[in-house]
Design a binder for this molecule. Sequence first.
Ligand code: NAI
Ligand code: MG
Length: 362
Amino acid sequence: MTTRVHRIAAIPGDGIGPEVVDAALTALDHLSRQTNAFRLEVDRFDWGSKRFQREGTFMPADGVDALRTYDSILFGAVGAPDVPDHLTLWGLRLAICQGLDQYANLRPTRILPGLSSPLAGVGPDDLDWLIVRENSEGEYAGQGGRSHRGQPHEVATETAIFTRTGVERIMRVAFSQAQARPRKRLTVVTKSNAQRYGLVLWDEIAAEVAREFPDVTWDRMLVDAMTVRMTLDPRSLDTIVATNLHADILSDLAAALAGSIGIAPTANLNPERAAPSMFEPIHGSAFDITGKGVANPIGTFWSASMMLGHLGETEAEAQMMRAIEVVTADPESRPRDLGGTASTEQVTERLCRALDEIGTKS
Ligand code: NAI
Ligand code: MG
């Protein structure tokens, strides 16, 4: 058997980012040795807030181009208490997503075995969603400005951008993701009653693209009503597509409804594979628990599993996911945010043992 080699750029970032990325790299290395099917060549980048404070930039000027030579990127989190968040986000994460045109952000959410939703009577069969977030334009396109700073007539604009190209391509990803799931259902989130230009275009293009997917059942929801439906009727939802801002908010709600933000993964995809895609937990750098060894690494394990799938390692992807489910099902191996007492290291050790158990069985 020839071992497939994948080149990975690891960007641990700030706060608990390095703690959870180290845990995921340990798990990936374990899986690679155990299966011998693939090998990862990992380069680590020290990009983030410490570099910004030292050198004035979060990453080198040619940082995005340096990433192009990799097969995938594994990202932790960025954000530090003493650096303004908008500088951090635009200086690193958004710079990478926009620079590599990772326009489709996939956020699977389900209730893993052993975990419970804060919603009464809602179990794993009732909440199994895939949120597809537009990741390149919309409200986070970066258009806007400030003038007359500090004066009474100071003005700031933040313009949402919706292009036919941008909306069409995210709708195609959303409909094809919905088509690949057993229920073949898609809910298009909108706010076209109030936002009558950009989101009317959004709705029109959804209806156009829907014609290419006759086997997908789809409906439309206003974003405010969507929060109610996610809470009161989670079973009625399957795949969900929303704008950059709407999906940002809805996916945090989704993560909380599924048990904890500490387990939620995300993939920033360049679906055409013209540039590498980036995988990361959805949580931030969590200053309140940094350095305590209690960060939940499961969101990063799940992101790593998605990365394996994107690299074509579908068997390893499934093994990682099954091992995650063994960990969550066992109360002894749950971290603090899931009501347990296990440290990051203990969760990681348990996951590696689960990978061994799964490997011996298959
Ligand atoms: P956060 O996600 O860092 O933390 C929110 C709460 O969830 C905290 O109480 C934290 O302890 C807990 N939490 C988060 N991840 C956890 C994990 N893996 N295990 C256990 N508990 C966990 O969000 P917050 O506090 O709003 O932001 C902190 C910093 O992170 C800010 O600078 C923010 O801009 C940045 N941020 C970065 C993101 C990224 O890099 N993709 C995403 C979200 C926030
Ligand atoms: Mg967010």
